[in-house]
Design a protein around this ligand. Structure first.
Ligand code: C5P
Length: 223
């Protein structure tokens, strides 16, 4: 059974991919399944937290006892997460936010033309960095996917975004990360220290993530 160590704690979790529309019927996205974020939301709920889950389009049902907000684009994700985070104690960004969106989203379906076409993309806001810039007492957790120099890059990211820690995962390992039920992650702190966790179910990764977040939360409140 889960400990009830998050009673009265407000937790916001983002999950899944975002969709960046080019026109009403076409978008740029990624294969994020949402499973990691849903596991964090379910585990936090079972430990007594008051949970808001902001999720992009995924094939997962609303977890009972969690406030679920369904969004599509990175801009909508930002509005929902920043709004929910205002009175949150812990924010976990598992969403695979698209780095770019179309500079101009057409209201009409674009007709096919002969030859190559060019799409202009513009950067999306970095939600974790935005939350980090106004962090207060909140515990902020990010995820990162890297193919090389993972720990160094993740530590740099944690510092730049003012996150308390980042769980680094690897897109190339069989059965983990995108779509899988397991994950193999390394916890990376801003100071560059790290812990390799074994391959675990996403629920067990969520459990350890929340152990670390709860520890930091208690420390920050002088508990
Ligand atoms: O994409 P990147 O590796 O920088 O993502 C690291 C963390 O930042 C993830 O937790 C992701 O959810 C978050 N992120 C974000 N807004 C973005 C891009 C990433 O909050 N535009």
């Amino acid at each position: 059974p889960s400990p009830r160590d998050l009673e009265g704690v407000k937790v916001v979790v983002s999950a899944g991919p975002t969709r960046e529309y080019l026109d009403p019927v076409r978008f740029i996205s990624n294969p994020s399944s949402g499973k990691m974020g849903f596991a964090v939301a379910g585990e936090a709920r079972d430990r007594g937290a008051d949970v808001t889950l902001v999720t992009g389009p995924v094939n997962l049902p609303d977890p009972p006892g969690v406030e679920v907000v369904r969004i599509e684009t990175a801009l909508d994700l930002r509005d929902a997460v920043v709004g929910a985070a205002r009175d949150a104690d812990v924010v976990v960004m598992t969403a695979a936010v698209a780095d770019y969106r179309a500079a101009q989203r057409s209201d009409e379906k674009q007709a096919k033309v002969a030859g190559d076409v060019t799409i202009h993309l513009t950067p999306n806001p970095d939600i974790l960095a935005e939350l980090g810039a106004q962090k207060g007492e909140r515990v902020l957790v990010g995820f990162a996917m890297e193919t090389h120099a993972g720990v160094e890059r993740a530590a740099l990211k944690a510092r730049r975004k003012n996150a308390d820690f980042i769980l680094l995962n690897y897109p190339t390992r069989e059965g983990t990360a995108f779509g899988g039920d397991d994950n193999e992650v390394t916890l990376v702190r801003p100071d560059g220290s790290s812990e390799d966790w074994p391959r675990l179910s996403k629920r067990e990764v969520a459990r350890r993530l929340l152990d670390e977040a709860a520890r930091l939360y208690a420390e920050r409140r002088g508990m």
